[in-house]
Design a protein. Structure first.
Length: 513
């Protein structure tokens, strides 16, 4: 590939520098039909870095509130180039949630799209000490750039991104992702999800999620990344025709929608079948019937990844060969999360913290350079997560004798709906504020489209509050995807002998209805 070897990279911007030196005029990034070359992307990233140098000191947090757009990827590289920390905000959250994350990160300024900044200002309750709100459209993207050798950032252990996750204890945690952990995540994915010569990658996932690392993965190999503003099958078909997409990242629900669209458009189906080499997916296993439909309609390979924000991306992969085996003779592999890629270790521990034998259930733990060094301003949560020297994922699973990971349940009741994580306790805390709610439990129920849907179970204190009032309270304070789709009223919640709610029993009862 020329230029610096991947092993020499110390900071995220090294990836972009090497690509811009080796292939300055090659396409790097496309959004909404506009393409930047590697040279143009680097110029924008460096201009942003120079602008931030005049506004805030190294170490300052810079929040970003925007939909998918070209400048978002420039911020991936440009904000941490000289020591600032990028804080991506999920644009789907409620303005009060944005304000909370801005305050907790201590952001020195907020860069965002004007309409989102307007919502933040009107509904976010930022307080008197709110940071400056800077429209992304007014930044000097074509301004002067620093000299190539004048970088003021530190080493690979410096925090590059501070990315909030929905968490599992009711309040999102800020995950510290360093230059080193993110670069290690790229190396791991390069092993488990190889990038081929001539690949053109496409993703519709929000760049505020850690899944955006896949854009940088393809830049590592000087490959073109196409980012959709949102997922719409017709837009994906058009992007494939325009750019010759060979590699695609989708959630299983998106694949369902794509196949439905292609059933009515054989010309589009043939165009994708001719172009696509591999589809990568995550967030949920691929049912064997859907796996077969994808293979029959599109004829391409499939690759699944399991990861999380704390892992700077994916750690295990179910390879194309594994998917073919699942269709041919080993259907159990379809529900596996795959095997760890080079550079990462996966284990399973029991309640005593000791590693269990193959096939036994326990908590899934991970060790490797891609793992976060800890949470932002939360030493207790960090100590708990790293008890025993491994990162504790909070997932219950098992690893078989062949090294395949199978996830069974979640220790802390995170609901995964449409690829988004929802903390049940966070929703419960809102519902408890509604008059008439005595007790509440929020669980995830199987949903054929979204993977899981949010269901609230209420024990009333007197007259039961109307479902509309409960849903309205959530909509006023939480993101739409966190709002319960189903409200159930019961006389009592199932509990253990020590008084804990037995959510597994509750889920089973609700599923029977």
């Amino acid at each position: 590939m020329g230029g610096s070897s991947r092993g020499e990279f110390q900071r995220l911007h090294d990836v972009l520098d090497a690509a811009a030196e080796d292939a300055p005029d090659a396409p790097a990034l496309s959004v909404d039909g506009v393409t930047w070359t590697f040279q143009e992307l680097r110029a924008r990233a460096d201009a942003l870095s120079a602008h931030l140098a005049d506004r805030c000191a190294p170490g300052a947090r810079v929040a970003l509130l925007a939909h998918n757009r070209l400048e978002y990827v420039a911020a991936y590289y440009g904000v941490p180039r000289d020591g600032r920390v990028l804080v991506p905000l999920n644009q789907r959250l409620h303005p009060r949630e944005w304000a909370d994350q801005i305050a907790r990160s201590g952001a020195a300024l907020v860069i965002g799209e004007p309409d989102l900044l307007g919502r933040l200002a009107d509904e976010g309750d930022l307080g008197a000490d709110r940071p400056p709100l800077v429209p992304i459209t007014e930044l000097p993207w074509d301004g002067p750039v620093p000299e190539r050798g004048s970088r003021s950032g530190g080493g690979s252990d410096e925090v590059a991104w501070l990315m909030f996750t929905s968490g599992t204890t009711g309040r999102p945690k800020g995950v510290r992702l360093t230059h080193g952990s993110l670069l290690a995540g790229l190396r791991v994915s390069a092993s488990g999800r190889p990038v081929r010569p001539g690949d053109v990658f496409c993703t519709p996932f929000p760049l505020c999620h850690v899944a955006g690392y896949q854009v940088m993965l393809h830049h590592l190999f000087r490959r073109h990344a196409v980012v959709l503003r949102r997922f719409r099958p017709a837009d994906l078909v058009e992007a494939t025709r325009r750019h010759g997409i060979t590699s695609l990242s989708l959630a299983p629900t998106m694949l369902e929608d794509l196949l439905a669209h292609l059933a009515d458009d054989p010309v589009a189906r043939d165009a994708l079948r001719e172009s696509l080499r591999v589809i990568s997916y995550g967030s949920a296993p691929m049912p064997v019937p859907l796996l077969r439909r994808v293979h029959d309609v599109l004829g391409c390979d499939l690759n699944q990844g399991f990861g999380m924000t704390e892992l700077s991306g994916n750690a295990t992969f179910l390879s194309p060969a594994d998917h073919r085996a699942a269709m041919a003779s080993r259907p159990e592999l379809a529900v596996s999360a795959g095997r760890p890629a080079d550079g990462v270790e996966i284990g399973v521990i029991g309640e005593d913290g000791a590693h269990v034998s193959p096939g036994a259930l326990g908590e899934v733990v991970v060790r490797g350079a891609q793992v976060t060094p800890g949470y932002w301003d939360d030493p207790d949560a960090t100590a708990e997560a790293f008890a025993g020297g491994w990162f504790r994922t909070g997932d219950v699973g098992r690893v078989d004798a062949d090294g395949y990971l199978y996830l069974v349940d979640r220790l802390k009741d995170v609901i995964v709906t449409g690829g988004e994580n929802v903390s049940s306790r966070e929703v419960e805390d809102v519902l408890r504020t509604v008059p008439g709610v005595g007790e509440v439990a929020v669980v995830g129920l199987p949903d054929p489209r979204w993977g899981q849907s949010v269901c609230a179970v209420i024990v009333a204190d007197g007259a039961p509050p109307p479902a509309e009032e409960l849903i309205g309270a959530c909509r006023a304070r939480l993101a739409g995807f966190k709002t319960p789709r189903r409200i159930e009223y019961v006389d009592a919640l199932p509990r253990t002998g020590t008084g804990k709610i037995r959510k597994s029993v509750l889920r089973a009862r609700l599923a029977e209805r």
